[in-house]
Design a protein around this ligand. Structure first.
Ligand code: GLY
Length: 350
């Protein structure tokens, strides 16, 4: 056993592909359940729903986690999907999880604090672009409870992030650290990218997906405008590969001799399918690009043979190169967003 960057115990299995997280709910803790829910939705086979329900209910402690912002990822990919697909009574768990996330809302900044403060890392109130994804939980909690405070916190977070996280070309920083006393920005840096000013690819994917989702939940045009701008930056980036599967950081000086991050591209594909259903100019262009990504991901270059790859669907993702962690491996969230993208594609083409 050793410890991973999230502080959770990890157990690297003999096949070197599977990492389990003991009883600690790491941020990826709901994606296996979510993949089962999507397998159920895609196939109609009840065996997936039964297993998804069992594994979903095994992580109900997520509702009491307050030491990080990832509860939105965890809860919505598991309980959120079970409620959507089977009408399971997860309302109280979802609202309690949102309450836990609200304990991290800082009035001075108008933001939800992502990670804990750290003297060693000189962080006081770090907010990462990934945090946009957790807002879906807050929007859902308002829908289920009728209490607007969750919606208001989500809009406040999305608006301040819009102001502070983005550069004029549409790309975003990974981490913005704030002074929790004054609410002012202290610094803009990276944790998982090549450098502070580089374009960490998965961060861009979280921004595209997060602001597309925020537009769906609010109808505020500024959100979809940002999602489109960030997508255009990625699409037109001189370092975007011909097969549309992103390198782990668009500014890596080692391109093309460095790693792809398949998770970035599956997240982007899913977001683009949703974008293509919205009232935006020329929506078909987003489906066209998503289809290109999906054709690449489904090819033998990225999709594993059945029974190989530790039983994951996709190969070649990257967790964090600066932390020397999960490099060129399958990742459960790459599979989750790939399945979600397949489902969205199927619904559009029906
Ligand atoms: N949310 C963590 C990551 O994208 O690696």
């Amino acid at each position: 056993m050793s410890r991973c960057k999230f502080g959770a115990p990890i157990d690297l299995k003999a096949d070197k592909t599977t990492i389990t997280f003991g009883n600690h709910l790491a941020w990826q803790g709901g994606f296996f359940q979510g993949s089962l829910w999507y397998l159920y939705e895609l196939t109609g086979d009840e065996k997936y729903a039964a297993t998804a329900q069992r594994y979903t209910e095994s992580i109900s402690d997520v509702q009491y986690v307050t030491d990080n912002h990832d509860v939105g990822f965890i809860c919505m990919s598991s309980f959120g999907q079970g409620m959507r697909l089977k009408g399971l009574d997860y309302k109280d768990i979802i609202i309690q999880t949102a309450e836990s996330l609200m304990t991290r809302f800082r009035e001075t900044t108008g933001l939800i604090q992502s990670w804990q403060a750290s003297e060693a890392l000189d962080r006081k109130c770090p907010v990462i672009i990934d945090n946009m994804m957790n807002l879906e939980l807050l929007f859902k909690a308002t829908e289920l409870s009728g209490d607007k405070k969750y919606f208001d916190a989500a809009v406040s977070h999305a608006d301040r992030t819009l102001k502070e996280h983005f550069r004029p070309d549409g790309s975003c920083w990974h981490v913005v650290d704030y002074d929790p006393e004054t609410g002012e920005v202290r610094k803009k840096v990276t944790a998982q990218g090549y450098s502070d000013d580089s374009v960490w690819s998965r961060g861009q994917a979280w921004a595209i997906y997060g602001y597309t989702m925020a537009y769906r939940c609010t109808g505020y045009r500024r959100y979809i405008e940002q999602a489109i701008k960030t997508f255009e930056m990625m699409k037109n980036h001189p370092n975007m590969a011909d097969d549309c599967v992103a390198y782990w950081d668009m500014c890596s000086p080692d391109i093309p001799n460095t790693y792809r991050d398949v998770s970035t591209s599956s997240i982007m594909a899913s977001a683009l399918y949703e974008m293509s259903t919205m009232d935006v100019d020329n929506p078909g262009q987003y489906k066209e690009y998503a289809d290109k990504i999906m054709t690449s991901l489904a090819s033998p270059a990225y999709r594993a043979k059945l029974g190989e790859n530790g039983n994951f669907i996709l190969m070649h993702s990257v967790g964090s190169i600066p932390h020397k962690s999960e490099i060129d491996v399958p990742l459960n969230y790459a599979d989750y967003y790939f399945l979600e993208a397949l489902k969205r594609k199927r619904d559009i083409e029906k």
